[in-house]
Design a protein around this ligand. Sequence first.
Ligand code: ASP
Length: 334
Amino acid sequence: MTKHEAKDLPRITVIGTGGTIASAAASADDFHNYSVTSTAKEILAAVPQIAELARIDIQQPINIESFRIDNAILLDIARAVASAVQDPQVDAAIVTHGTDTLEETAYFLNLVVPTDKPVVIVGAMRPANALSADGPLNLYNAILTATAPESASKGVLVVANGHVFGARDVMKRDTSSVDAFQANKYGILAEISGKSVQFLHRSERLHTRRSAFDIARLDRLPQVDILFDHPGAGSYLCEACVAAGSKALVVAGMGNGSLSPGMRKGATVARNAGVTVIRASRTGQGIVAPLRSDAELGLLVAGSLTPQKARILAAVGIANEIPHEDLQALFDTY
Ligand code: ASP
């Protein structure tokens, strides 16, 4: 211990869930064939410098790739985070997570964990034993971010490649690059320079403490599906979802969420069956603006949320029994 006695350091609960940050491949030059092999305890032990920054408690509710996370696991992760930050002894929580669905988990936590304490999610693009693995520095930066006083009340934060993103707008935009995480034109919240976390922006949308939602009042999430529209799409995509019991459909439409004739027909079938349909955009950024036809067909618009974030918000709204006529307001608020 150099500058501080350990007892003076902030106390952070790290909740390990798996992902590439906890994975290893057969060789250091294999960047794509790997599986989860390490616990959160082991990946933290690989970065001894963390002991200079914080006292760490570890929980490991699961240890899997994030593309395996379903609604039940998502709820478990949120419960673990909420209970960690409710502990008055704990200053912040960090979730180590696979990068493939990190944006969904981050946004879900942003909606349902009522706290002002920093909650940070971190992953890695390269397995832990790869050449130039990015996990150790990402993890160190996550601890720096979780211990920075400026990180309080900013909503759930995602740390990757020296940048801090807000959970609402972050997206994984690349299959393999270490700068896979971006927020497009909505921007990063902070940049990490050495040991300093320099905040530049904040999100105006409701989150965490100011969100009306709370994991304590959620025991399940409804099935909400995403359909990717394209020229010549069939109405059978929507029909199959309705038959399977989906409670809402998010359509990743073309451009401003434009629907192909087949998807429009399918959306009408879904609405007649009482299923919520939300137009989002497959372009990856921009605001899906309402059209006159939305009122006629009873469709909602995702606004500036990506399809994958719109799915999370719709599920949270429906789980909280928000009536259909009030669901659109959520997309304008969160
Ligand atoms: N390739 C993914 C990752 O970066 C796997 C996952 O999401 O778990 O973690």
